[in-house]
Design a protein around this ligand. Structure first.
Ligand code: ATP
Ligand code: PRP
Length: 216
């Protein structure tokens, strides 16, 4: 059987993947907090534990045969070069637009009523540009790497595009969700060449992951 390399997004997705991998007898067999390349309990599989936004790049270039990554990251990266055979239904949230409660931006489509260039802070510049462009709005995008909720509170932006799950972070910061751009969950992505060259091993692994889906 071919050896497979799986790029696993560290952080929340890694945490949510571990019980699933454990049930399949595929859990990492090493120190996942320190090692970047970790063996699995299955001798035919090992993991690369990397930043979520790097997963599509590793899989696209064949440094990993497959990966587990959020749909948000895939949409931002552009997923055309990858197969996306499975929705794992973990790390679920949504990508939304939010604004300061009570501000002119706090209603759906509020940005279109403002007579100056609207500023949107986000970690997702491509998704944001495409979303506003699709309805004929050109916005100024301010790229941030975290704590997006702060930007409208200190006048850095009028709106944010960020992930929302419970809505608690928005609420705690006096923001309201005005539009949902898309629903987000974690996906399995596969390198196209690996799908041909390591077909049997990948079919076996994807089949095992699928059984969990059916058992859920
Ligand atoms: P990086 O270190 O690259 O900035 P990150 O801090 O965004 O990564 P996490 O917060 O662990 O990493 O999020 C990884 C993925 O988990 C996101 O891409 C998204 O798919 C999902 N996610 C993020 N926030 C939530 C949330 N509040 N609830 C559920 N899933 C989430
Ligand atoms: C994510 C996201 C929001 C929060 C939403 O942040 O960026 O801030 O979760 O979750 P909620 O709706 O349940 O409150 P995370 O905790 O990953 O921190 P980060 O922004 O520093 O990555």
């Amino acid at each position: 059987m071919s050896q497979l390399t799986l790029a696993l997004s560290k952080g929340r997705i890694l945490e949510d993947s571990l019980p699933m991998l454990d049930r399949l007898g595929l859990a990492p067999a090493g120190d996942i907090d320190r090692l970047l390349r970790v063996p699995s309990r299955d001798p035919n599989l090992h993991f690369l534990i990397i930043r979520p936004s790097d997963v599509p790049t590793y899989v696209e270039h064949g440094a990993a045969d497959l990966g587990i990554v959020g749909k948000d990251v895939l949409m931002e990266h552009g997923g055309e070069a990858l197969y996306e055979p499975m929705d794992l239904d973990i790390a679920k949230c949504r990508l939304s637009i939010a604004a300061v409660k009570g501000s002119p931006f706090a209603v759906a489509g509020g940005a279109a009523t403002i007579r100056r260039r609207v500023r949107v802070a986000t970690k997702y510049p491509e998704i944001t540009r495409r979303y506003f462009a699709a309805r004929g709005e050109q916005v100024e995008i301010i790229k941030l790497y975290g704590s997006m909720e702060l930007a409208p509170l200190v006048g850095l932006a009028d709106l944010i595009v960020d992930l929302v799950a419970t809505g608690n972070t928005l609420k705690a910061n006096g923001l309201v969700e005005t539009e949902v751009i898309c629903q987000v969950s974690s996906r399995v992505v596969v390198n196209k060449a690996s799908m041909k060259m390591k077909h049997a091993a990948l079919r076996d692994l994807l089949g095992r992951l699928q059984t969990l889906d059916q058992a859920a």
